[in-house]
Design a binder for this molecule. Structure first.
Ligand code: SME
Length: 157
């Protein structure tokens, strides 16, 4: 299966899993598991929630990770600050990168938007340099879009 078809399948699986559930937490938990089980060469897949003051660790799969990320730090902070996806082929070259798992070599961080603001970020790490390409970015952005639009984010934190 090529990447576009694989992401289309994930999109359909996520829609089925959500099944009208509006609460963000179970949907973030299932999406991190769905990605981690189906997308190869990952060592971490999960969420940081935007509390308005910082990014707070949410549901994820992988090794335990740092709990709080200030907006001025990390690849995750940059995604919020710059209001756009961060595709980082080599995390060692990214100023301010936070190494939660020393095995991580490349990273993709996608904002999850709802009602015109970033409510969370979807963070993917890989032990392989340059693991992520434009198809991964488009595919993950589509998954983040469904999650953002289908959930009620008003009572998350
Ligand atoms: N590397 C991220 C921190 C989170 S971990 O990858 C799970 C960053 O620099 O923001």
């Amino acid at each position: 299966m090529n990447k576009k078809d694989q992401y289309a399948a994930l999109w359909a699986q996520l829609s089925a899993l959500m099944d009208g559930t509006p609460e963000p937490l179970p949907n973030m938990a299932n999406l991190s598991a769905l990605i981690f089980q189906n997308v190869d060469r990952l060592n971490w897949a999960g969420f940081y929630i935007n509390t308005g003051a910082e990014l707070l660790l949410g549901p994820f799969q992988g090794k335990p990770a740092c709990i709080r990320i200030p907006f001025d730090r990390g690849v995750c902070g940059a995604a919020v600050r710059e209001d756009r996806t961060q595709l980082v082929p080599d995390v060692h070259q990214f100023p301010g990168h936070i190494a939660c798992d020393g095995a991580s070599r490349s990273e993709l961080v996608v904002p999850v938007r709802a009602g015109g603001r970033i409510v969370a970020v979807l963070d993917l790490d890989s032990p392989e340099a340059a693991r992520f390409d434009q198809d991964d970015q488009a595919g993950m952005e589509a998954l983040a879009r469904i999650l953002g639009e289908m959930c009620d984010w008003t009572s998350l934190i």
